[in-house]
Design a protein around this ligand. Structure first.
Ligand SMILES: [Cu+2]
Length: 641
């Protein structure tokens, strides 16, 4: 055992001794090795067996019981996967950043109320962070993860331990990298089972299957992205979508590895869907089988019977299917719901497929049926028709608490735009640099994280004048909007709330540069109620009359419809620093993000926790976001001239 391994083990054991008595639920430990696959196989294979034997041998009897309840098998299985994974897809072999060598990465499986410690060892070539998507992390943004918002990147050769505290989430969520676009391959599902002694609010399924949808680039996505950022042009499109890491039968060199879900006739299965795609909403359906959506974003829904779902990046869904068709093979298919204009941007036309395969004695069909119910790429009506049906379960066991009296109203434009380049020298539309914004502010990452600057009162890192309303009013969703509203202001501009403010935000899509598109807006540290959505410009007099204040869905990501609006409500009861951004990564990179700071409530229990003893240092941290900011600064200088 080398010095590094010793340090890791001592750190984990020390954490264990300190924190075990404090927890209400169970505590679990995960060891995540972030690594380029080709180097991890050798190193981690040697490291892992030793690690486990040490853990199981030295920990107390109670700890061993915890491990034996299911977590240790997950950890142990990572070591095996390291040797067997082969990342040749679409006829091309390449190395990608992964956790523990798998794509998608390892699943975390807990019960409601548990606490998880994940020690992340970065053995890659650049800084990275992880985020626990949809987990509220009460009072503890220190473990939330987005780089330059709540921490600086974990530098290569170092490690950082996240504390992930599960409180009222139940169902499926996920974790992913939160450094530029590394989440493309660094992500995995989080399954949160009902707490001990409780069960699902629907008939217990016979079995379950996690389905992670992602995207794959044949070339180095990182290099393509850096080039796009440098020139200000549109960002790279993926070459395929994947289901549990595999593009499926429709894609080249993929038939052998298509994901298969084996089912028994008559049984019911819970599908835990995660949209981990970087830049695309997806339609998903299964030939011959109806879907019943029962949960979303770690909260329960009134069951929705449907032939397809529309799931945006960031969202998760719990879906029941019953294997009630003739014994055969059936395609499950996922394809992009592309809400933007074809003249603005291109999209990935590939279909990702998996096979739902019945067990039994029968011959495989000559032609596997493809779901006829899958909406086409541009079907805005189908997308909205699905999301309009979402309702919270709202029962005694799973109540809702929809804020009725709003104290703070915000109206936030979600826009595309451009930063002007001299002599039209950039690669975006009009020869300018593509940008996006919220209320005309295009986010620029600071040099140190906002959380640290806030906690330590460091000035000149951010300003607090994020506007509650847009500076000018116009027909937001009109055609051919004037060019003078298309240039946002670049800046690190945040919004500050007092503790316990009751907030309503109406997100309004705009059609600036004719680039209206659906935006999956995601808020860290909170879930919120989606009390209304609509198409066109929000009408402050009539639209609120149609709000659902009885059983609106409780989510962490809302699909703001193309050229439309969505209204959300929540109470600012989680003090800290929380990222709020579009979950299309190209929009996030271009600046469709801001930060909400929620001030302390006056008592220890309502105040931000102190930082852990170690946070990754910000000096010399590297990521392509930094590259982006250097270029942002150039663009700002140009604009000021
Ligand atoms: Cu967006």
């Amino acid at each position: 055992m080398d010095a590094f391994q010793t340090q890791v083990l001592l750190r984990l054991l020390a954490l264990n001794a300190v924190l075990l008595p404090l927890a209400h639920g169970s505590i679990h430990f995960y060891d995540f090795v972030v690594s380029i696959l080709q180097t991890i196989c050798m190193q981690s294979f040697l490291f892992f067996p030793f690690f486990f034997s040490f853990f199981l041998g030295r920990r107390g009897a109670d700890d061993c019981a915890l491990m034996a309840r299911g977590r240790s098998t997950h950890l142990a299985s990572y070591g095996c996967e390291l040797k067997e994974q082969n990342f040749t897809k679409l006829c091309v072999t390449k190395s990608v950043l992964t956790v523990n060598g798998s794509f998608p990465g390892p699943e975390i499986r807990v019960r409601k109320g548990d606490t998880v410690f994940v020690n992340v060892h970065n053995r890659g070539y650049y800084g990275v962070t992880l985020h626990w998507h949809g987990i509220k992390q009460p009072r503890n943004p220190w473990s939330d993860g987005p780089e330059y918002i709540t921490q600086c990147p974990i530098a290569p050769g170092t490690n950082f331990t996240y504390e992930v505290q599960f409180t009222n989430e139940e169902g499926t969520l996920w974790w992913h990298a939160h450094s530029d676009w590394t989440r493309a391959t660094v992500h995995g599902a989080i399954v949160i089972l009902p707490s001990e002694g409780t069960t699902y609010p629907y008939p217990k399924p016979d079995d379950e299957e996690v389905l992670v949808f992602a995207c794959w680039y044949k070339e180095s996505m990182r290099e393509l992205l850096e080039l796009a950022i440098e020139t200000g042009s549109d960002t790279p499109r993926s070459d395929a979508y994947t289901i549990n890491g595999e593009p499926g039968d429709m894609c080249p060199c993929s038939i052998e590895t298509t994901h298969r879900m084996l089912v028994d006739y008559g049984k019911t299965y819970l599908l835990r869907m995660v949209n981990a795609v970087l830049n695309a909403d997806l339609f998903v359906s299964i030939a011959g089988h109806n879907l019943t959506v029962v949960g979303m974003d770690g909260a329960y829904l009134k069951p929705i019977d449907t032939a397809y779902v529309m799931i945006t990046p960031g969202q998760t869904m719990d879906v029941l299917i019953t294997a009630n068709q003739s014994l055969s093979y059936y395609y499950m298919a996922a394809q992009q719901y592309s809400s933007d204009g074809l003249d603005v941007t291109n999209y990935d036309h590939s279909n990702a497929t998996a096979i739902l395969q019945y067990r039994g004695n029968y011959s495989a069909p000559e032609r596997i049926p493809f779901p006829s119910t899958l909406p086409s790429y541009k079907d805005n009506v189908a997308a909205v028709a699905f999301t309009d049906r979402l309702r919270s379960l709202a029962t005694e066991e799973h109540p809702v608490n929809v804020p009725q009296n709003v104290t703070t109203r915000m109206f936030v434009l979600t826009s595309m735009g451009v930063l002007i380049c001299p002599n039209s020298s950039c690669g975006g539309i009009y020869g300018d640099r593509l940008a996006s914004s919220l209320n005309n502010f295009s986010w620029a990452h600071p040099s140190i994280d906002i959380l640290q600057a806030y906690y330590r009162n460091i000035s000149d890192i951010y300003s607090t004048n994020f506007p509650d309303f847009p500076g000018i009013l116009y027909n937001f969703t009109g055609d051919d909007l004037p060019l003078n509203i298309s240039v946002p202001t670049k800046g690190t501009v945040v919004k500050v709330f007092d503790f316990n403010e009751t907030i309503e935000i109406v997100f309004q899509g705009t059609n600036i540069i004719d680039a209206a598109e659906a935006h999956p807006m995601h808020l860290h540290g909170y879930a919120f109620y989606v009390v209304g959505t609509g198409i066109g410009d929000f009408d402050v007099d009539t639209d609120p009359q149609g709000y659902n204040l009885v059983d609106p869905p409780y989510v962490n990501t809302v699909a703001v419809p193309k050229s439309g609006w969505a209204a959300i409500r929540f109470v600012a009861d989680n003090p800290g620093v929380w990222y709020m951004h579009c979950h299309l990564d190209r929009h996030m990179t271009w600046g469709m993000d801001t930060v909400f700071i929620v001030k302390d409530g006056g008592t220890t229990a309502t105040s931000l926790r102190p930082p852990p003893a170690y946070m990754p240092p910000c000096e010399n941290s590297t990521s392509s976001s930094q590259l982006f900011n250097i270029l942002d600064k150039e663009a700002r200088l140009v604009m000021m001239r």
